[in-house]
Design a protein around this ligand. Structure first.
Ligand SMILES: Cc1ncc(C[n+]2csc(CCOP(=O)(O)OP(=O)(O)O)c2C)c(N)n1
Ligand SMILES: [Mg+2]
Length: 571
């Protein structure tokens, strides 16, 4: 058979359902092979970056590698941002690129650049297929490594002459691996350290969400562990939803440059049990600047090196299993040391702004209405900008992967293509992309892809006519803004030009009904929400909390959990 047919059979063998991409001349054989098959849908995008972000979010939510495809040269360079984002956020993704024939690589040649070398620093592994007989092993390896802990991006280059050759081979059988169990000695040492500590706290990261999505129950085990021991849980932005925000042990989320506020559980803690925590999200220097805290590292891999992150013990293994084992060994309940800690309450703040009538909108009001419009398991995906910080700080999450935050690479432009992919993974859920006006215009072309495919999600654009977070920081540091402002096209007309219904919300009370209308619409839609940039300054005042006292809210939590709305238990 032709090598391109074998290549597609190998992708089918990996369970691939979608390839997102822009074909080029050097992929013609691969595209032709795809046209003959049914299992894989090729989603033609309008920019390779859109394709990479779609594959990225597909991978985040499904835990199986999302696949994107581009041609050589410019197609491959356009993929880079979405691939790098997968690399830093531990997302399983396989990028496929075409290439000029093998006899072009040593000389100047049309669109030829060394893609393998270019993508090497942002992939876990990548390779050129030099011989068609290598296809089964290379594809198997790319998918296996992309998904294996910790997941990330891999890349396969298929030169056009290789794709057109003849070969006799079959795909390799897919065998799953298992991870070694954590050492009993490590678990015992962790138990001793927890027992000896006075103010322990769990810092729960991306890994908890990832291993929950992979069906390994990491978030379920974490909830059980926290309750048995009575330990507060601080999620990172990407760890949001690891514990239901209504749980008495749930604490406010941290990430990026969140300062460590005095009086917060992490500031006061003498021991930090870091579970599935990636240092890229929130530097340990912020919460362990004086290197005083005892650290217990519990993750799927050994700890990263950082002078502010020196674990006393590393518990390495499947996260949920390690938590289960630790819970079994820890036969004690900690005194409620964090009960007296006083913090301002995110829920309070949202409740206060529920009726806020300011126009342009205050972000708090928009977050409150978004929470009202979506159910527990619906999916909200944030782009990158000050709107992301508002959502990460204020949006209450009840379940893993209901708020998607890209926080390692933190690239603008992920929300629109990401929402499309989220809907493909979970057609039964409502999906909303929240994006700034800056990030929106970086990948808004994918609205055409959404329209063509008939994929229903709502894009909510926060318009403040600026790169809001940059302008905010300029104001704070230098007392003025520079080169961070712009104007916008008429976004309602822009949506309509794509054939989408577009709404501009001009009265605060119209927001919730407009969101509901857009969510009920059977196709992509756009809602523009003008935001008052002056209100961004209030972000620094949000010093959130989850529960003033575990005693007070514990019973209430169990009564209210899953039976009442979000505002029912706001104190
Ligand atoms: C691709 C990319 N370019 C630049 C940045 C740096 N950056 C981070 S947020 C931001 C501004 C975002 O503006 P906008 O999308 O309007 O969101 P807002 O902050 O106004 O909510 C910029 C330029 C980035 N993260 N990603
Ligand atoms: Mg903006």
């Amino acid at each position: 058979m032709k090598a391109s047919d074998l290549f597609i059979q190998c992708l089918e063998n990996e369970g691939v359902r979608y390839i997102f991409g822009v074909p080029g001349e050097e992929n013609l054989d691969v595209m032709e092979a795809l046209a003959e098959r049914e299992q894989i849908t090729f989603v033609t995008t309008r920019h390779e970056q859109g394709a990479a972000f779609m594959a990225n979010v597909y991978g985040r939510l499904s835990t199986y590698p999302g696949v994107c495809l581009a041609t050589l040269g410019p197609g491959a360079t356009n993929l880079i941002t979405g691939v790098a984002d997968a690399f830093l956020d531990r997302v399983p993704l396989v990028a496929i690129t075409g290439q000029a024939a093998r006899n072009c690589g040593f000389k100047e040649s049309h669109q030829y650049i060394d893609i393998v070398r270019m993508l090497a620093p942002i992939t876990k592994w990548n390779a050129r297929i030099e011989q068609p007989s290598g296809i089964p092993e290379i594809v198997r390896k790319a998918f296996r490594l992309a998904r294996m802990e910790k997941p990330g991006a891999t890349h396969i280059e298929l030169p056009e002459d290789v794709a057109a050759e003849w070969v006799e081979a079959t795909p390799m059988p897919v065998r799953r691996t298992t991870y070694p169990q954590s050492f009993p000695e490590s678990l015992e040492r962790a138990t001793e350290l927890l027992w000896a500590s006075e103010r322990p706290v769990v810092l729960a990261g991306n890994g908890v969400i990832r291993r929950q999505a992979a069906g390994r129950g990491a978030a379920d085990r974490l909830a059980s562990f926290a309750r048995k021991l009575g330990i507060p849980v601080v999620p990172t932005f990407m760890g949001k939803g690891a514990l239901d925000y209504r749980d008495p042990y749930a604490q406010p989320a941290v990430g990026l440059r969140t300062p460590i506020s005095s009086g917060s559980a992490l500031a006061e803690a003498d021991l930090v049990l870091a579970v599935g925590y990636d240092l890229v999200e929130w530097s340990p220097k912020v919460w362990n600047g004086r290197r005083e805290k005892t650290i217990v590292h519990l993750d799927s891999t050994a700890a990263e090196i950082d002078e502010h992150y020196l674990p006393s013990i590393e518990v390495v293994g499947e996260i949920g299993e390690s938590l289960r084992a630790l819970e079994g060994l820890c036969d004690f309940h900690m005194p409620r040391w964090f009960a007296g800690i006083h913090r301002r309450d995110a829920l309070d703040l949202l409740a206060q702004h529920r009726e806020d009538s300011a126009f342009p909108f205050k972000p708090q009001r928009v977050v409150a209405d978004l929470r009202q419009a979506l159910s527990d398991t619906d999916i909200l995906i944030a782009d990158v900008g000050v709107h992301k910080l508002w959502l990460a700080t204020l949006f209450p999450t009840t379940s893993p992967n209901s708020l998607i935050i890209a926080n390692g690479m933190a690239s603008m432009g992920i929300a629109v293509p990401g929402a499309l992919a989220a809907k493909l993974v979970h057609p039964e859920r409502k999906v909303v992309a929240v994006t700034g006006d800056g990030g929106f215009l970086m990948n808004s072309q994918e609205l055409e892809t959404a329209k063509r495919l008939g994929v229903a999600f709502v894009t909510v654009v926060w318009t403040d006519n600026r790169y809001g977070v940059i302008a905010l920081n300029q104001q704070r540091r230098f007392g003025r803004t520079f080169a961070s402002e712009f104007t916008n096209p008429d976004l309602v007309k822009y949506a309509e030009a794509f054939g989408l219904p577009g709404f501009r919300v001009e009265r605060p009370d119209d927001l919730l009904p407009t969101l509901k209308r857009a969510l009920d619409y059977d196709g992509p839609s756009l809602v523009e929400v003008p935001i008052d940039p002056a209100a961004h300054h209030e972000l620094g005042n949000v010093n959130v909390r989850a529960a003033h006292s575990a005693d007070e809210t514990h019973d209430q939590f169990h009564q209210d959990n899953h039976t009442q709305g979000y505002w029912a238990i706001a104190p």
